[in-house]
Design a protein around this ligand. Structure first.
Ligand code: C2E
Ligand code: CA
Ligand code: CA
Length: 728
């Protein structure tokens, strides 16, 4: 801090001795005194040195005292000026005071202490004035500041008030128009606020509920304490599901979002929450769940749900050491119904079947539809004894067959339903842990066996079946490429008369597999049929057979008849007739030499369509035969209607001629019937001289069998044609 200097006094006087006397006196009192001898010099010095007090004479040369006072006062009003004048005229004194002088002393000053007193007094007054002004200024500044702050505060307050008003308005609008329900509940259960929207989701109004206990509408809110405890910890709970009980006691599923609000004391704590009616969401969820686990046509559990229950059943069966069964059911010839009567009838039939299957089911059992016409019945807990359990499963399967066989009229059509049922027991093998998929596959395999064994049949799964099914799958895979890779060829089996003269032949397909060797058509033709591969294969057989026919006649060979096997699926193609016609045209084969072998089953499936096709084929000049005759639904009535040429006696009858008298009688009857219908007849599978003699005696003129020749490749067949067949 700068050293505080002594106060400076400027004396302006033209009298040198007066200035000196003042100086000497004042310096004793620690004043610093500077001097000027006239007004001009005084002003210059004043502005230069800024003295703290001025002693000024009035009458001076150059600039006089009054002017000095005026100028100093103007510039520095706080600097005290004391006039020391010898005029003694009262007017002078008044004028000086007017101009700004602070005091007026008369010269000569007799008592210097009067001067000192006047100076001290003026200095003090000046100090007070300065201080006062500073204080005043500070005050004003402070007041301005405060005023500004206050103005700002008022403005802020206004703004936040406005905001508050806006937001309150906003919330009021939201509150009044809320879809969800807003509510506040005290910890004792009293509802302190609830939005009018409560009337949207219930029959209650806001007034009904306000100030009542929440338990009135949420009677299930029993776990409130637990809910509160949780809410206190996590502060917010989302999507808490609970049921609101309406006036008429219906329960409305709701979702609650709640938060805990602390009050000024615990009694004021409350829960603020929004409540939403989730009925639609629940319905949608239920629908999705239903779609995911149930079949939409029959409302039965689908494969997913079935497998889920099956897994549970298997593990339970294992744990409690008991047995269950899986019945795999496929409707016989359902496809025909669907194709010929239309899908609506097919669907109605499936629904009817579903109804019958569920009819007398135990609650622990499950009926499921896997798709198409495949149903599955899961029987759980059939006891601890495997034989007994299997018997129960058999019984159930029988009763299902019986129920399905009951009269059934859909859309005016009387439909006969028969099922093929495969049964798999579980657990089937105590060492291996089968999955639900395994069991389902076993039952499926058994069902296929039931189909193979003539439909309308029940078969139990045996492990050997699975091996067969597996190899079937492997064959199916490779069969797809057999044609492209030239692995198929045709063999020919001669058809002869009693003299061993070759009149014709049957075409039989052969598959030479590069690794597995020869695969029998008895194996691969049914697979081709099941997968649809029979269509390209059948077309190839027909074309190749016709090419041979053409080649033979070009070589001048006389083969009166070449029979080609036609599979059901192939025959059912709408364009089958035109396909045959095209092949004949393209190969140039003579239609009169071509024969087609049809089976009983396929011709009675859709009898009108069949007869029409057969007639078209006959018009082309082709001969038609019924293969494996006697094994199917041999009915004279339909045989009469059909444009047939040949009956082929099935080899199973021929084989047993010697041992089984009833088979001998059947063969006898077939031959007689053929004669009556004016049909040619041929016996196949003739292996012995005894069989030949019997057939010949009964009047059967044509034979096919190992006794004459096995099926052989083309070159060998031509050799046989040339050399003839002699019976040893
Ligand atoms: P299928 O039409 O009944 O043919 C007769 C089957 O009996 C042939 O078996 C033939 O080799 C066999 N066989 C002939 N004579 C005797 C005999 O004296 N004793 C015995 N034990 N068997 C004899 P293959 O060639 O194995 O054909 C089996 C079945 O495969 C055929 O039965 C036929 O249904 C089907 N198949 C063969 N080739 C074709 C084809 O090109 N198309 C169609 N759709 N099916 C075919
Ligand atoms: Ca045949
Ligand atoms: Ca046959």
């Amino acid at each position: 801090m700068a050293q505080r200097r002594n106060p400076v006094i400027l004396t302006i006087d033209d009298e040198e001795n007066i200035r000196a006397s003042f100086r000497m006196f004042l310096e004793d009192y620690d004043y610093q005194v500077i001097e000027a001898q006239n007004g001009r010099e005084g002003l210059d010095m004043f502005f230069l040195k800024k003295p703290d007090l001025v002693l000024c004479d009035l009458r001076m040369p150059e600039v006089d005292g009054l002017e000095v006072i005026e100028q100093i006062t103007q510039n520095s009003p706080d600097t005290p000026i004391i006039v020391v004048s010898g005029t003694g005229i009262i007017g002078d004194a008044i004028e000086a005071i007017h101009c700004g002088a602070w005091n007026y002393l008369l010269k000569p000053i007799q008592d210097m202490s009067i001067l000192l007193h006047a100076i001290n007094q003026a200095m003090e007054r000046s100090r007070l004035i300065v201080e006062n002004r500073a204080y005043q200024e500070h005050l004003e500044e402070e007041v301005t500041k405060r005023t500004q702050a206050l103005q700002k505060a008022v403005k802020d307050l206004n703004q936040s008030h406005l905001k508050l008003k806006n937001s309150e308005q906003k919330y009021r609008v939201i509150f009044d128009n809320l879809q969800d329900v807003y509510l506040e509940v005290r910890l004792d259960g009293k509802v302190t606020e609830i939005s009018p929207s409560i009337s949207h989701i219930s029959q209650y109004s806001r007034e009904d509920i306000l100030n009542t206990n929440i338990e009135n509408i949420f009677p299930g809110f029993k776990e409130r304490d637990q809910f509160l405890a949780q809410l206190r910890v996590v502060n917010k709970i989302f999507d808490h599901e609970l049921h609101l009980e309406d006036k008429d006691k219906t329960l409305i599923p709701c979702s609650l979002n709640a938060s805990y609000q602390l009050g000024t004391n615990q009694a004021d704590d409350k829960i603020c929450a929004t409540l939403r009616d989730v009925t639609e969401r629940k319905q949608a969820e239920a629908k999705i769940e239903h779609l995911a686990f149930y079949d939409s046509l029959t409302e039965l559990p689908n494969r997913r749900l079935l497998l889920d229950r099956l897994e549970q059943n298997i593990s339970r069966a294992r744990r409690y050491n008991h047995f269950g069964a899986m019945l795999f059911l496929d409707l016989d010839r359902f496809k025909n119904i669907n194709d010929s009567l239309g899908h609506p009838v097919g669907d109605a039939l499936l629904q009817e079947v579903a109804k019958r299957l569920t009819h007398d089911l135990r609650s622990e059992d499950t009926v499921s539809r896997l798709g198409g016409d495949e149903f599955v019945i899961l029987l759980s807990d059939l006891g601890n004894d495997p034989t007994n359990a299997a018997a129960k499963a058999q019984q159930k399967a029988e009763s299902i067959k019986k129920r399905l066989a009951e009269r059934n009229i859909i859309d005016g059509h009387e439909l006969h339903i028969t099922p093929s049922i495969g049964v798999a027991m579980f657990p089937s093998n105590k060492d291996e842990e089968e999955t639900g998929d395994d069991i389902l596959r076993y039952a499926d395999t058994a069902m296929y066996r039931a189909k193979d064994d003539g439909r309308d049949t029940i078969r139990f799964f045996l492990p050997s079946m699975q091996a067969a099914a597996d190899s079937r799958l492997a064959i199916e895979k490779e069969l797809r490429y057999a044609l492209e890779r030239d692995q198929l060829t045709l063999y020919f089996q001669p058809q002869v008369n009693g003299q061993g003269q070759i009149l014709g032949a049957e075409t039989l397909a052969r598959w030479e597999h590069p690794q597995k060797g020869f695969i029998s058509p008895a194996t691969f033709i049914p697979i081709a049929e099941a997968t649809g591969l029979i269509l390209p294969i059948g077309e190839w057989v027909l074309r190749t057979a016709c090419e041979h026919l053409k080649a033979w006649s070009d070589q001048g060979l006389t083969v009166h008849h070449l029979a080609v096997n036609v599979s059901p699926r192939q025959f059912r193609q709408p364009h089958f007739v035109s396909q045959v016609e095209n092949i004949l045209k393209e190969t140039g084969a003579n239609p009169a030499l071509l024969g087609l072998e049809l089976t009983e089953g396929m011709v009675i499936d859709n009898i009108l369509d069949t007869i029409e096709k057969m007639e078209s084929l006959k018009k082309l000049g082709i001969e038609l035969s019924i293969d494996d005759f006697g094994t199917g639904y041999s009915s004279l009535a339909y045989l009469k209607k059909m444009p047939l040429d040949i009956l082929k006696i099935d080899q199973s009858f021929v084989r047993d001629i010697e041992t089984d008298s009833s088979d001998a009688a059947i063969v006898d009857t077939i031959i007689a019937m053929a004669a009556h219908l004016k049909l040619k007849v041929i016996a196949e599978g003739v292996e012995t001289k005894f069989e030949l003699d019997f057939l010949e005696e009964k009047g059967c003129p044509l034979y096919q069998g190992y006794l004459f020749s096995k099926p052989v490749p083309n070159e060998q067949f031509l050799e046989l044609l040339a050399a003839g067949i002699t019976l040893s």
